[in-house]
Structure formats: C-alpha cells, structure tokens
Design a protein. Structure first.
Length: 613
C-alpha cells in the first residue's frame, strides 16, 4: 500500500531478509536532461543539466546542476560509463591506487559485444548484449529516480529480472548467492569478526550476475561508503561521495567475466609456493619456547608445516618492529627463523599500522621527523588508540615519504630476523579502540583509564594481563568521540554501517582526517588497507627483487589481490563460524586468488558435533 507519510509503497518483510519496507517511491526528482552530445568511434560524451531548470531533489543536499557522461568503449567486451560534475572536480580513486582504465589499450571496439543507448528526458542509459538482445544494465527503473547526483549523495538503479542470480558485493558473511528478495550490502571497512549480513573488513563493489545461462559483471569504481540494495526487479546504489563510474563486463562465461574484471583491476598475485602449504598460527604464545616446542612436535609427528605465524605476543608492549626481550628475545626468534629456513619453512610476523606515540621509539621519532602520519584539519597527526595505547597512523596515500619510511621498518625486521620472515598486516581498516580521535582533551575521557593504559602499565603481554587487555579495550570503545573545531563531516545519508547506521567513525579514525595530498579520509577510508598492502608489496620487492613477496592483509579493496593474499576471518570457533565457509565463497567472487581464515581449536568439537547430527 502507498504511505503518504513515507512517500513510498509499504510492504513489511521478515526481518531476516534485511529488505527495506519502502519501495517504488513516487517520483520526487525530475532528474537530468540531455543538452548536447559528442560522438566518436570509441564512445560518446553527453552533457546533462537538471531537467527543466529545476532545483533537483535536494534529498540530502543541493543537486549538482550540470553533469557529463563519458561512455567509453574500452574493449569489445568492456564498456565504461562515467558520470561526473561538469563544473567542479570531485574525488575519484587515484590512478596510483587502482589502475586507470583510461590507459587500457582499446581493441576491436568496432566489433563490440554490446550496444549502449540512452534516453534524453529524463536521462537514463542501458547496455544491451548484442548476441541475445538482452538488456543487462538499465537505469530506467519503474518508480525509482532516474539519477540523483548531490555533493554527498549519489543514487542510481538498474532493472533486474525476477529472482536474479547475483554473486559478490563483499566482504560479508552471507549466502554465496545474494538474496534477490532483499539484500542491503554496505561498503565500509570495519573491524568486526563474525556478524552475518553486515559490512566487514573489506569493500568490493563488484558483482557477477548469471542471466539465462550467460554471465556479466558490474564494477562501481568508487571507494566511498555506500549501500547496494537488491530488491525484487532492481538493484540500487546509494553512495555518499565521489562519482558514479561503472564498468560493465559482457562475459559471456563466468570465467570470461573474471578475466575481464582482473584485466581492469589487476591480475591476482602469484604467491610463493610455500604459502600454499600448511600453516600454524596462534594468538597467546607465552614465550618463544612454546613456539619452538610446537615446531618440534610437528617434526616429531611427521606433520607437514610450511609457515609458522606469531601474533602480537612477540612485541615489546605491542609496539611494531620490536621484540619482548624477556619472553621473545630477538636472538631466539632469529634462531628459530634460521632453523625454519634450513627446513624450507618460513615465518610470518604480524604488524599493525598504528605507531605508538612514544618519544625515543625509533618508528615514532622517524615518522614525526619525516611527516608520514595522517593529519587532522588543524595539521596535527590524528590520534587513535589500539594495543600499544595512543597511536598515530601512517599515511599510505603518501607514496613517497611514507612508503620509504615503511620500507626501512620492514628492512629492519628482515635484518633482525632473516629473509624468510614475511608480514601479516592487520588492524588496517584502520581499526581504533575509540570512535574517532581518542585524546586527553576528548569529552568524557577517563583519566584513570588513561593512567592504566599509558606508560606500559598493562602492556606486558603476560598471560595474567590478557583479561585486563580485553576489559580495557571494551571500555575504550565507549569513550566519547571528539568533535574537530573545523569543518566536521556531517553526512546526511547514513549508510547501514554495522547493520544499524552506526557513525562512520565507530571503531575507526575520524573521517575528517586528511592525507598529505589533500584527500579526505571520508573518501579514502575503504582504501587504507589496500594502500598499506601496496606499500608493503613495493617494499618487499625493493628489498629482494628475486623473492616472490608473501603478505596477508585483513582489509582489502578491489584490486588488492594484485599485491597479496586476503585474510577473510580471524577465528572460527562456534556454530556461527560455519558461516565463514560461506564468507570464503563470497570473497572469491572478488577474485582474490587465495583467501583464508584462522581456525580455532574449538572447531574440532564443532565439526564433531555436526557429524553426529
């Protein structure tokens, strides 16, 4: 039924479908009309203006009056439709962060597998498969606005068939096939281990659809936060910044779509052979002797072992690039790495991006001197809090100073431990124990808690302190966030972060932080782990060009698989953990060559219980 108070048709659905109750809203936006076009052999440029000189929707801000639509026939099986502001430069994913399709060699565009058509008033566009006449993307959707383009809110929809078969749109724990009755997938990198149907560590705005036995793919080249909503007969993109930049892949086989997509974002990284073997990873080693004993037992039992992983236990007070000399002395870690190398085995050490604010700690001192940290609008490094306490975060968008800084730190680890030690980059959404900045002048900051956390008061890594770590971390989560004095981010459309429209800075950095190149973290948040991965991959190749890098990341974006492997889950230790198997399948739709999850020992009992059913 139509509800005038909500300006939509109203059809409540079961909660487990996560589908909007409102749909097919009445037209409130006139959209845009075509003013002029420029045709060429390789595409079309279309100039748009708000229809009839209207003010537009003004749904979440003022509508942009003039747009340009670039339709580029990039290959015979790949077409790009890019919609930008004609009058003002807007944020786009930088070419250094993701290969720019404009640089791709055009070929056989005269014999395309597709045609692109558009309507003039209101402007809509469609892409049709030539061989079958099937329209695979059509922005003229009954009851939906044809195009909304505001400064901090973009919306466009496409028609879907009944019971659509869509795969991808990760990272998420959900069914391999996305539910056509109701799916709301949020893209916002988030530190969350096992929630079902919520946004997680990575963002991959790509999906593959099977229709009448043929496959095609759709990629939205946009790193801003967004909701992608699938309801019967349509898919809708609601994006909080950037531009609309679609690439559509014609397939027609799923393997063809994979090849076409990875040709664009980068072919998957070829890992070293040893990384395809058996690995031992654990959080909670009390000392290096326990790790040595584990390796010894593997050999005694004649069990295969290719990689030994050590979590933050090895660090001195959880500080990157350090060693707890009482429990994990550097000399013994190096001796173990040497022993592993003698058996064609490798070591993986975890590294978090947060650098503790600790004068006298070399990475902090060097980072401050070389100006490598993300800043607030006032020009000061932005503070967060993770395992070592108050921290600054490297600005990996700064591909000069920060990448050089990162390479020197990784070189030090190689010099300390050996050439068979590889990085596991974690906490890189980036994760934060506070909501936004967490400083002593934050409203509601608890001085007693700060005293307990600071000066390494509890950061000993000792077993008796572990419960304290967890308790303090949970308290820190609820510290009040600090509002910056200048130009705070105040987005009016709330994406469905954490399944409840949580603030964008929940458990991460303040989104009005800025990079050295002037980009806002609001726009680049989903790229933080991706850029750290690129910096790490570049560093390892510089350190040893003849050694194939191995890196594991927790956060990722489209194209991250070009540089490394992706960690899809930290643990699997309950019946809910069975969803991780679905998650791994879903993650492969983003075409990371290898994905993996740590498996907790409780899984043995879980699967034993399942076998008895």
């Amino acid at each position: 039924m139509y509800r005038s108070d909500r300006n939509c048709c109203w059809d409540p659905k079961p909660n487990n479908l996560n589908a909007p109750f409102c749909f097919l809203k009445q037209h409130t936006c006139k959209g845009y009309e075509v003013k002029s076009t420029e045709e060429s052999a390789t595409g079309t440029l279309i100039h748009l203006s708000l229809l009839g000189g209207s003010q537009g929707c003004s749904r979440f801000g003022q509508d942009i009056p003039n747009l340009a639509v670039h339709i580029d026939y990039e290959t015979e099986s790949r077409v790009r439709v890019k919609i930008i502001d004609s009058d003002k430069k807007r944020y786009e994913i930088p070419a250094f962060a993701l290969p720019n399709p404009e640089s791709s060699a055009r070929r056989n565009v005269a014999k395309r597998d597709y045609t692109v058509k558009y309507t003039k008033s209101p402007f809509t566009f469609s892409v049709t498969r030539v061989s079958t006449g099937e329209v695979i993307f059509d922005s003229s959707v009954a009851g939906m606005d044809s195009l909304v383009y505001e400064d901090e809110y973009l919306e466009i929809s496409s028609v879907l068939p009944d019971d659509a078969n869509i795969y991808g749109l990760g990272e998420v724990v959900t069914a391999f096939r996305r539910d056509p009755r109701g799916t709301r997938q949020t893209m916002w990198a988030r530190d969350a281990a096992t929630p079902v149907d919520e946004n997680l560590y990575g963002s991959h705005p790509f999906h593959l659809e099977m229709r009448k036995g043929l496959a095609h793919g759709v990629f939205l080249r946009n790193s801003n936060g967004m909701d992608v909503i699938i309801t019967p007969k349509k898919i809708t993109y609601k994006v909080i910044g950037g531009i609309l930049d679609f690439t559509i892949f014609l397939g027609p086989k799923p393997t063809d779509v994979v090849q076409q997509y990875t040709e664009l974002v980068g072919r998957p990284h070829m890992p070293p052979a040893w990384s395809l073997g058996f690995h031992q990873s654990r959080y909670g080693y009390n000392n290096i002797g326990e790790v040595e004993e584990v390796v010894k037992r593997y050999r005694q039992e004649n069990l295969p072992l290719d990689g030994v992983w050590i979590d933050i236990d090895y660090m001195d007070s959880f500080k990157d690039f350090t060693y707890d000399e009482a429990r994990f002395p550097q000399a013994r870690i190096r001796a173990l790495a040497s022993d592993l190398a003698a058996h064609n085995q490798s070591m993986v050490l975890i590294i978090d991006p947060g650098i503790p604010i600790a004068p006298g700690y070399e990475p902090y001192d060097t980072g401050m001197k070389e100006d490598v940290f993300i800043k607030t609008l006032t020009g000061k490094p932005i503070e967060g809090r993770v395992w070592p306490g108050q921290t600054y975060f490297p600005d990996f968008m700064n591909t000069n100073e920060t990448w050089a800084f990162w390479q020197r730190q990784l070189a030090k680890t190689r010099a300390d431990i050996g050439d068979n030690v590889y990085p596991w980059i974690d906490m890189n959404e980036p994760s934060n124990f506070c909501n936004g900045p967490c400083t002593k002048d934050s409203p509601g900051f608890n001085p007693a808690l700060d005293k307990e956390v600071s000066a390494n008061a509890y950061l000993t890594n000792s077993p008796e302190d572990r419960d304290k770590d967890i308790r303090i971390a949970s308290e820190i989560e609820h510290l009040a966030k600090r509002q910056e004095a200048a130009a705070p981010i105040n987005l009016k459309y709330a994406i469905n972060n954490a399944g409840r429209q949580a603030p964008l800075d929940e458990k991460t950095l303040a989104e009005n932080a800025v990079h050295k190149n002037g980009l806002r973290l609001t726009d680049t948040h989903n790229l933080y782990g991706h850029m750290e991965a690129m910096a790490t991959h570049h560093s390892l190749l510089q350190l040893n060009p003849n050694q194939r890098p191995f890196i594991l990341t927790r956060s990722s974006f489209s194209g991250t698989g070009t540089h490394l492997l992706s960690l899809s889950a930290p643990i699997c230790c309950s019946y809910v953990g069975i969803n991780l198997l679905r998650r791994l399948l879903s993650f492969t739709s983003s075409f990371n060559r290898i994905v993996c999850c740590q498996v907790d020992r409780q899984v043995y009992y879980l699967f034993r219980a399942l076998r008895t059913r």
